[in-house]
Structure formats: structure tokens, C-alpha cells
Design a protein around this ligand. Structure first.
Ligand SMILES: [Zn+2]
Length: 185
């Protein structure tokens, strides 16, 4: 096996491990806070963890996280759709729990990434994965999907679940695909 292949294999395995750890971290937070209701009360999670949420309109960013002197603030763009704001809060919580070494994150709109460096890209993917795991808990989604798939087709399930979990249809579609449930696109 070539070095490059070994590297790639290691990278994939490492990536799977990180994804699984992210799932477990999100589940741990929901368990610790005893949150079982759907849609996930994302602001309640932040409040319970004493994280302040501040909303303001912006043309530039979707969200940001600032950590200072043991306190954390999440900024959310109030111009964006509510489902998007929910995802932004969950994404910033992801940075908070997964990336303790950095004290400030700014997430620009339309996934515009200022840096394009590998490490930052990975951090963004991890925060998105965490947000999906928190807002669409794996166990709930799998259970719901299985029960709905008896009577509905893929697209109908996706629309229904996106409403139930208060996430965008795109986010739900991506989550279902990621959990190996559907959408082979
Ligand atoms: Zn981010």
C-alpha cells in the first residue's frame, strides 16, 4: 500500500472516529440536561449552560462565538430564517464544546469562508456535524424515519421531519443521508 493510501485510510478512520465522538458529545449534553422534547429547545440549552445569546441583523455573518474570562456569547443574525438561526446557535455551541483552544469564531453568510485552510474547514465541518447531532438526535431520527417510511416516500418524510425538528429541509436531507437512511445523491 502506498504511503498516500495509508494516509487517506488513516484520515478516513480518524474522521469516522471524530464524527462518532461528536454524536456522543451531543447525546451526552441532551442527557445531562434531561432534554427529550422535539423540537430541541436550543436556546434553553444555551441558557442552562449560561451562554448568552444576542441577536442583531447583519449582511455579513450568520453567527459568531466569543469566549472571554470563562463566559461565552453567541451572536445570531436576526435577518435569517428561524430554522437557520436555530442551526447557527447549535453550530456555535459546537465550536464551544469541540474547539476549546480558540476564543472567537465568526461564521460568514452563505458559507463564505475567509481562510480556506484545512484546519478551519475541518472545524466548520465538525461544528456542523455537532449542530445536526444536537438538533436531530440520531436515535429520534432513526426511529421517526423507520415509522414514517411505512407510509411515506423519501421527500415527504424529509419535509415532515424538517418541520417536526424545526430545521431546514436541506439540513434534514443531509442528516438523513449522513445516517445512511436515504438520499443517495
Ligand atoms: Zn463555524
Amino acid at each position: 500500500m502506498k504511503v498516500q493510501q495509508i494516509g487517506q485510510k488513516f484520515y478516513l478512520r480518524k474522521n469516522n472516529m471524530i464524527s462518532e465522538n461528536i454524536e456522543l458529545k451531543a447525546e451526552e449534553i441532551l442527557n445531562n440536561l434531561n432534554i427529550k422534547n422535539i423540537p430541541i429547545p436550543i436556546e434553553e440549552i444555551a441558557t442552562k449552560m449560561q451562554i448568552k445569546i444576542s441577536r442583531a441583523p447583519s449582511k455579513e455573518f450568520s453567527g459568531l462565538l466569543i469566549r472571554k474570562d470563562g463566559r461565552s456569547l453567541i451572536g445570531v443574525n436576526s435577518d435569517e430564517a428561524l430554522v437557520r438561526q436555530r442551526f447557527t446557535i447549535a453550530h456555535e455551541l459546537g465550536h464551544l464544546f469541540l474547539h476549546p483552544a480558540k476564543d472567537a469564531f465568526v461564521d460568514y453568510r452563505n458559507n463564505k469562508n475567509e481562510t480556506h485552510d484545512f484546519d478551519s474547514d475541518q472545524k466548520e465541518k465538525q461544528a456542523n456535524r455537532f449542530a445536526a447531532a444536537l438538533l436531530m438526535p440520531r436515535k429520534n431520527i432513526i426511529k421517526d424515519y423507520k415509522s414514517l417510511s411505512k407510509n411515506l416516500i423519501e421527500d415527504e418524510i424529509c419535509i415532515l421531519l424538517s418541520k417536526r425538528y424545526e430545521v431546514s429541509e436541506d439540513a434534514m436531507k443531509y442528516r438523513l443521508k449522513n445516517l445512511g437512511l436515504q438520499f443517495s445523491v
